[in-house]
Design a protein around this ligand. Structure first.
Ligand code: 48F
Length: 262
């Protein structure tokens, strides 16, 4: 070691191309594709991956965390209620008690997605950012994977054919957009799928319906997080997030059960 930094252009470019190619070759066929790296998707990824399930999370933006970063109206805190606090504690996230509200905690809206993302990655999930899921693979009336495009190509409006990732199960955790189940409904009218969208705010009802609404809605396709409430016309809940984490965990448990019984 002479202390000199080595930065050869050819070596840098070769390193990027080789590692990217190897990564993609490994990811074209997985157990579970999770669409959307918000709180519910990241939680599902953590629990699936830590149980040995080959899991890839696809996120349109370059950052993961979805709607968490901005807290409530840009105030950098979110609220989490029991028993979902355990999921955050497991990821090493600090929670502050709310005086006079023994069931509620606040958490830093930057710390939460950062540590939850790390927990999912450490568990073995792969998070790919800048990738949009624009369609599904639909074979013999079962969702068997996703059709993906680079977000920059989509945003530029270029006509470029996509590529695919095959999967045993796909999770729609795209939040308020519920864009995966919407795409399935829009492109396959013969299936008669309707997505009513979420209702206005009623925090208690919205939170309590989330885990109930988390389920397989079409063979091979699960909904979790806000997408589950959008699919079932559930209420919105604002900056309280416990239901999102519990929904992600439940979705992982449902898929683990399916994989075990195969
Ligand atoms: O919206 P989001 O955080 O989903 P969530 O896990 O959590 C909802 C809460 O954040 C909040 C709330 C709590 O009261 O209501 O809104 O249900 O994260 C969804 C992620 O999916 C990405 C999007 O960029 C966001 O980061 N996404 C949406 N459509 C696609 C997508 C797509 N077609 N392909 C890839 N990523």
């Amino acid at each position: 070691m002479d202390g000199k930094l080595r930065a050869d252009e050819v070596a840098v470019t070769k390193s990027i191309l080789k590692s990217t190619f190897d990564m993609w070759m490994d990811l074209i066929d997985v157990d579970v594709v999770i669409v959307g790296a918000g709180p519910s998707g990241l939680t599902a990824a953590k629990y699936l991956a830590q149980n040995g399930v080959k899991t890839v999370v696809l996120e349109r933006h370059l950052s993961f965390g979805g709607g968490t970063w901005g807290g409530g109206m840009g105030f950098p805190n979110i609220v989490v209620e029991k028993p979902a606090d355990e999921i955050l504690r497991e990821a090493g996230i600090k929670l502050d008690e709310v005086i006079g509200e023994p069931e509620l905690f606040t958490a830093d809206s930057v710390e939460v997605p950062a540590k939850l993302g790390v927990a999912a990655i450490d568990a073995g999930a792969k998070i790919l950012t800048g990738i949009v899921v624009e369609d599904l693979i639909l074979k013999e009336d079962k969702v068997s994977g996703v059709v993906i495009q680079s977000y920059s190509i989509e945003k530029a409006g270029l006509h470029v054919d996509p590529i695919t990732i095959s999967a045993k199960y796909v999770i729609d955790s795209t939040g308020h957009d519920s864009s995966v189940i919407h795409t399935l409904a829009r492109k396959n009218k013969d299936l008669g799928i309707e997505v009513p969208g979420e209702k206005s705010m009623w925090a208690d009802k919205g939170e309590n319906s989330l885990t109930r609404n988390t389920r397989e809605v079409f063979p091979g396709l699960y909904v979790c997080g806000m997408a589950a409430n959008a699919y079932h016309a559930g209420y919105r809940m604002g900056a309280i997030f416990g239901g999102m984490y519990l929904s992600g965990k439940k979705c992982a448990e449902l898929i683990l059960e399916k994989l075990e019984n195969k």
